[in-house]
Design a protein around this ligand. Structure first.
Ligand code: AMP
Length: 193
């Protein structure tokens, strides 16, 4: 099984690269951001609570996203592998993910981190906000808060995977295709390791 964590701040290109990786490796895409947005669209109670936090650039509680990932793993037991996009975002989530995968007799193969500086992130997110319809992409102050949440709570997740020798950093500035080729190369190196 190939289980990939695609890591990086908002606007680093995780969604774009995920789409290409899913096609190439036939993976099931698990994006907690997308799962939360579908809860919001469906008007569920969970969605309503998450929306308040998301609209303020804050993370939703660990148990909410861990629960969503747990049920997706259950639903997709015969998948050839998973790509985790926007998850785990805290060390607690990373620990929970290891436990869940262990229950399914599998583990994370590699975490690929896309590295992009915060000025470029702001530029990309504001541009995306013109077409994505996402309220959290349309306000510079909110974008800054999301990047701050990333630096405070999510960046330490990289150390967690580094300790397991599963962390690979890639320059997230460049052509989509070049970045994709580098990611594939790193995945293939990790699979044979
Ligand atoms: P994303 O689509 O990954 O940029 O996520 C959009 C928003 O959803 C984030 O700013 C958070 O408010 C929330 N979110 C998504 N994934 C997580 C997660 N793993 N943990 C906590 N909050 C999350």
């Amino acid at each position: 099984m190939l289980n990939l964590v695609l890591f990086g701040p908002p606007g680093a290109g995780k969604g774009t690269q995920s789409e290409k990786l899913i096609r190439k490796y036939n993976l099931v895409h698990l994006s907690t951001g997308d799962l939360l947005r579908s809860q919001i669209a469906a008007g569920t109670e969970l969605g309503l609570r998450a929306k308040q936090l998301m609209d303020n650039g804050l993370l939703v509680p660990d148990e909410v996203v861990i629960g969503m990932i747990e049920s997706k793993l259950q639903e997709n037991q015969s998948a050839p592998g998973f790509i985790f996009d926007g998850f785990p975002r805290t060390v607690n989530q990373a620990i929970a993910l290891d436990q869940l995968l262990d229950q399914h007799q599998t583990r994370i193969t590699v975490m690929v981190a896309l590295v992009v500086d915060s000025e470029e992130l702001t530029r990309r997110l504001l541009l995306r906000g013109q077409t994505s319809g996402r309220p959290d992409d349309q306000n510079e102050e909110l974008i800054r808060r999301r990047v701050q949440e990333y630096n405070d709570k999510t960046a330490p997740v990289a150390d967690y995977y580094n300790q397991q020798q599963k962390y690979v950093a890639i320059d997230g500035i460049g052509s989509i295709e070049d970045i994709f080729q580098t990611i594939c190369q790193k995945i293939e190196e990790s699979v044979v390791r």
